[in-house]
Design a protein around this ligand. Structure first.
Ligand code: PLP
Length: 490
């Protein structure tokens, strides 16, 4: 190709792709469109249905609304209508299913800002201030757990990725090689979140000895655990890892961390604590004692997109001895040789993570702490603790309703109890009750199995959930349980 031809082709392609850089007018109009849609969305949250089981917007509705438009304003409006007209309104006060959070708007501002600047915050050489902000965030999370200066960790996409990181580091720190897998014992609780088993399957391809520790009152039976560890040692096996939970997904209950950490220390077993849901309740005076022993754990997972109400995509993992994390993920390539800059003395996230390029997700946590301080989160979480007890007390007074388990944090479970002689089983009635509650669309609840039986969970963790939502919940449960009682009698 002639040089002039090359120049003219480059020029044509530059012109063809020039629209990738918005004009100042486009920038303003996109921004305004997004802001208006979000203002509308947040302003209408209190009147939006929490769950849209009847006539939800279908995929065809969405495709039709999108049409062949290429206008960002039009497309964002279609996305907003699609997201709000179907499924669960996870940002709303009535979301009491799974694990809510709400999504602090400040987190959305942080994300928008971070993506607009697109700093490469994996590396201090590239973004000293971005990395400084990330490192301050990690330090704050380590302090919250009660760790000393040795601790280090990372801010991840969520609890599952944080757990995979934790167990990968635990494996390497314990020197476990493939030839050891079949003799290596792991102790999970009956209520351990499935992300731990998933992480173990990814890391060990199912080749471990996994023990499910039975529960007493739905938390780990540490005496059983102690016996099992002894038995495993006698069999010549290697007890390696205990996963305890500080706030179970099913019931919000906290394993006896202090007792378990004493066992872990005695037998030199890695203790990992999953505080993805419950960890931030350590900030509350009412519940902080439940977390005693947390700082003895070798690794802890926290989810700021749960307990700090931040938008989805923000978890964290912190290690008591952060050097393990650095060793597990130390790797580099010649294409990165320029990053070595002696004037930069900070730790770079890429050296403590399986990720290289990452979104600047720490900015959400950092901004929230700077703007709001810590005590506001303690107040909001204490409010959730009280709302849980308030609703539970009222619901337990309803006829035919039985609370299924004790309460530690902000989740409780209940079931419908038919009068003796009724032919329909209590599981069938409880399932029917859940269906009827969710049909209202004002609140959204989910279920789980406790002792093999169907129960309905109430999980109070959105910063937008206040006493009015609890009152509507109690009213709906009262009405719908009565309608089941009437239908059983007829
Ligand atoms: C106790 C617990 N651990 C881990 C997870 C997984 O976290 P994520 O959904 O952020 O991956 C959850 C999610 O609900 C959880 O409740």
């Amino acid at each position: 190709m002639l040089f002039t031809e090359l120049e003219s082709q480059i020029s044509a392609l530059t012109t063809a792709s020039a629209a990738l850089e918005p004009t100042p007018a486009e920038l303003i109009s996109w921004q305004e469109a997004a802001d208006n849609l979000l203002r509308e969305f947040i302003g209408s949250l209190s009147t939006q249905k929490t769950f849209s089981p009847s006539q939800p917007r279908t995929l065809t509705d969405f495709d039709q609304e999108v049409g062949d438009s290429d206008s960002p304003q039009h497309l964002l409006a279609a996305v907003k209508n699609g997201l709000t007209g179907s499924g669960i309104s996870t940002a709303g006060a009535g979301h009491l299913g799974f694990i809510p959070g709400g999504g602090l708007y400040l987190g959305a501002v942080a994300d928008h800002f971070a993506a607009g600047i697109n700093a490469f915050t994996a590396d201090a050489y590239s973004s000293p201030i971005g990395v400084y902000i990330h490192n301050q965030t990690v330090r704050w999370l380590a302090d919250l757990i009660g760790y000393d200066d040795l601790a280090w960790g990372d801010v991840t996409s969520g609890g599952s990725q944080a757990t995979l990181t934790a167990l990968c580091v635990a494996r390497d720190a314990s020197g476990i090689k493939p030839r050891d897998y079949a003799n290596t014992c792991v102790y999970l609780g009956e209520h351990t979140h499935h992300c731990s088993k998933k992480a173990l399957d990814i890391l060990f391809a199912g080749d471990l000895q996994i023990r499910y520790v039975p529960s007493i009152n739905y938390v780990m039976d540490h005496a059983w655990l102690a016996n099992q560890i002894e038995t495993d040692i006698k069999k010549g096996l290697k007890p390696w890892l205990i996963v305890a939970t500080a706030g179970s997904t099913n019931l919000g209950l906290v394993d006896p961390i202090s007792l378990i950490s004493t066992l872990a220390r005695k037998y030199k077993i890695w203790l990992h604590v999953d505080g993805a849901y419950g960890g931030f309740f350590k900030l509350c005076p009412e519940t902080s004692a439940m977390f005693s022993g947390l700082a003895e754990a070798d690794s802890v997972v926290l989810d700021p997109h749960k307990g700090m109400f931040l938008p989805y995509g923000c978890g964290a993992v912190i290690f008591k001895d952060g050097s393990h994390l650095g060793r597990a993920f130390a790797a580099t390539g010649s294409y990165l040789q320029d990053r070595v800059n002696k004037s930069v003395s900070q730790r770079s996230p890429m050296d403590y993570s399986m990720e290289l390029t990452r979104p600047f997700r720490s900015l959400r946590v950092w901004l929230a702490i700077k703007v709001y301080g810590t005590s506001i989160f303690a107040s909001a979480l204490s409010e959730k603790l009280l709302l849980t007890r308030y609703a539970c007390q009222k619901i337990s007074a309803l006829p035919n309703i039985v609370i299924a388990a004790p309460i530690d944090l902000s989740i409780f479970a209940f079931r419908y109890q038919p009068a003796s002689g009724d032919l329909r089983s209590r599981d069938d009635c409880t399932k029917e009750l859940l269906r009827k509650i969710n049909l209202h669309g004002d609140v959204f609840l989910t279920s789980t199995l406790i002792d093999g039986h169907f129960v309905i969970r109430v999980a109070v963790l959105s910063f937008r959930t206040h006493i009015q939502t609890m009152d509507s919940l109690v009213k709906i449960i009262g009405e719908e349980s009565l309608s089941i009682t009437m239908s059983l009698k007829s």
